[in-house]
Design a protein around this ligand. Structure first.
Ligand code: ATP
Ligand code: MG
Ligand code: FE
Length: 332
């Protein structure tokens, strides 16, 4: 099976060709980071316009680099949600136009299913499987008993992990996106500040990062008022330590309780060095393996959408030409 994937849910215009859900033939990502940087975050209207400008080029490049022709492509998979509605619509409309013109089946894909299936481009799944999803808009623990089957066992009650990273980075006047910046600073700092860990109820797999975010912001404000010099490296290291410890422990506890065969990590924050190290250490003695995708597959791309779309296509799922963007699409 050869699937063309399209992803435009946020600020990456991406297209990719994937064979059998596992083999990347091409993976083209046009990032808009430079355009959003001066605003300190993604501006939805600018994102949509850039997608319109880029989508045709990105699609052509994906097909050329894969060395395939339209005859070889079995179906088109596209992110239908969640995400920014105007941004999603560009990808969905491009996919529908191509599906109609080239007479190809169309498959709508959930963006987070895509993040999960990014892992399958690196290694085969074994069920039951636990997925820790940590991205700009999501922080979730999902139990999978088979392909395409998602049971939400925990989620954030307020901010997503990536959102917390980006907000703290903004307070530290670091450029957007803040996650990688904090990651870099944290490596040079020390965990000298004891920020809170939100464990919530003893049996809960939910997360909360807004209290931590406020604690960091207060710390920065107080220091400014008293004209103390605060070490940004230490703030970054202490903030990251709190995020990473809670993510690691809850994932570990859920993996044990549900007795899974595999643990995978997905989403942009899976690129975080501190989180990768901490999870690898925590799971090093376990007989269920932990997998974290290569860094370039953690953040938004279309190969992951093609990979998730392959499973849906093979299961017989088809979207019709009235497929619409759904900014609040649910995973399960
Ligand atoms: P969602 O997938 O929930 O719809 P999104 O697509 O915007 O949201 P992703 O592209 O998966 O999110 O990830 C982007 C997020 O990952 C940003 O918040 C970014 O700061 C964060 N991120 C990227 N690299 C790192 C890193 N090394 N350390 C921490 N956070 C990171
Ligand atoms: Mg992005
Ligand atoms: Fe994403």
């Amino acid at each position: 099976t050869i699937i063309l994937g399209i992803e435009t849910s946020c600020d990456e215009t991406a297209a990719s060709v994937v064979k059998n859900g596992r083999e990347i033939m091409s993976n083209v990502v046009a990032s808009q980071i430079e355009s959003h940087k001066r605003f300190g975050g993604v501006v939805p209207e600018i994102a949509s316009r850039h997608h319109v400008e880029q989508i045709t080029l990105v699609l052509e490049k994906a097909i050329t680099e894969a060395g395939v022709t339209w005859k070889d492509i079995d179906a088109i998979a596209v992110t239908e949600g969640p995400g920014l509605v105007g941004a999603l619509l560009v990808g969905v409309n491009a996919a529908k136009a191509l599906a109609f013109a080239k007479k190809k089946p169309l498959v709508g894909v959930h963006h987070i299913a895509g993040h999960i299936y990014a892992n399958r481009l690196a290694h085969e799944f074994e069920f039951p499987m636990l997925a820790l999803i940590v991205s700009g808009g999501h922080t979730e623990l999902v139990l999978m008993k088979e392909h395409g089957d998602y049971e939400l066992i925990g989620e954030t009650r307020d901010d997503a992990a990536g959102e917390a990273y980006d907000k703290v980075a903004r307070m530290l006047k670091l450029p957007y996106p803040g996650g990688p910046q904090i990651d870099r600073l944290a490596a040079e700092g020390e965990e000298s500040i004891n920020f809170p860990r939100a464990w919530l109820e003893a049996d809960s797999y939910d997360f909360s990062f807004s209290g931590l975010k406020s604690a960091v912001i207060n710390k920065i404000h107080n220091a400014k008022q008293r004209e103390l010099t605060l070490n940004a490296e230490d703030i970054a290291a202490s903030f990251q330590a709190s995020v990473v410890e809670v993510l690691t422990e809850k994932t570990y506890r859920a993996a044990k309780e549900y007795n899974v065969n595999q643990v995978i990590v997905a989403g942009g924050v899976a690129a975080n060095t501190g989180l990768r190290k901490s999870l690898e250490k925590r799971f090093s003695d376990e007989d269920f393996p932990l997998y974290i995708p290569p860094i370039q597959l953690c953040t938004d791309n279309a190969a992951m959408i093609a990979a998730a779309g392959t499973i849906l296509f093979e299961k017989g799922h088809r979207s019709t030409l009235d497929l619409n963007a759904n900014p609040s699409l649910l995973l399960d």
